[in-house]
Ligand binder design. Structure first.
Ligand code: ADP
Length: 253
């Protein structure tokens, strides 16, 4: 580990988002990331609080970032400080949500008049400009160059990493009997290098259960609080304890 995370001290609130809070620390290169208990299902806008959800996402994200690291994917993850806090590299975020789609679902299925569940012949990578007032419109790399959001090398790297993260995570979920329908990624830069940031959890991965064909995002959108808590927990258990014993991770923290 490049820094002793136990020696970092929390300073002021850096960002208070809908799902997470970020705090600056005694080292300007690192932030503490705290996961809230709020739940907003994919494709839904209503937020509700579910006990234990913040902790579940901390563990899930921590495990997945370490897994991605073992595939040499540069991520902002530095370590897990405690049940609700991760230590991450502070990034200057590229203001886009990247969505990689393997199966048609949600707004994509609606917009392109496709039936939900149709497997796409190749993954589709989409960029959405992060600006709620504008309604987070879909953009391509030329918008991002014109807006000064990223340069060509950065976009090329973001596309390469997005495709790789998707391929790795698709397999990861298949081994847990889930189908990865789509995944939302965020990237940022630090000292000239692009890193995967934010989180990789049930909130950012649309996964369907191959076992009983259930679409988890729909169950989360319509479920009662205790049912939602159970879904998060079940996914966490399957993520942390895959049946296939081909994953050897030395978890730290
Ligand atoms: P929202 O911004 O939609 O309310 P969150 O509650 O998930 O979402 O907030 C997390 C915020 O932190 C996002 O805006 C995200 O871009 C930003 N972020 C994620 N990782 C980092 C990082 N390593 N450094 C700086 N900002 C980050």
């Amino acid at each position: 580990m490049e820094v002793n995370i136990k020696k970092l001290e929390k300073e002021q609130l850096y960002y208070d988002g809908s799902m997470k809070k970020l705090y600056s620390t005694s080292n300007p290169d690192y932030l503490f990331m705290e996961f809230k208990n709020e739940v907003v299902a994919i494709d839904s806008k209503k937020a509700k609080k579910v006990r234990g959800k913040g902790q579940t996402n901390t563990e899930t994200s921590s495990y997945i970032f370490q897994f991605l690291d073992s595939y040499h994917i540069p991520t902002h993850y530095i370590g897990k400080l405690n049940e609700k806090w991760l230590v991450v590299r502070k990034l200057e975020m590229v203001p886009i949500n990247v969505i990689v789609r393997n199966v048609s679902a949600g707004t994509f299925a609606k917009n392109f008049r496709m039936e939900e569940g149709q497997v796409l012949p190749a993954p589709i990578i989409e960029f959405y400009f992060k600006n709620e007032k504008m309604g987070n419109p879909m953009v391509n790399e030329y918008h991002l160059y014109a807006f000064g959001s990223a340069n060509q090398d950065e976009i090329r790297m973001i596309q390469r990493l997005s495709a790789k993260v998707n391929a790795v995570m698709k397999n990861f979920f298949e081994r847990r009997n889930y189908q990865l329908v789509d995944i939302k990624l965020e990237f940022g830069r630090s000292k000239g290098k692009i890193y995967l940031g934010d989180e990789v959890t049930l909130d950012t991965c649309r996964i369907w259960d191959n076992g009983n064909n259930s679409k988890l995002e729909k169950e989360i959108a319509h479920g009662k609080d205790n049912e939602i808590g159970k879904i998060y927990n079940e996914v966490k258990q399957r993520i942390l304890h895959p049946r296939a014993k081909d994953e050897k991770l030395n978890l730290v923290g």
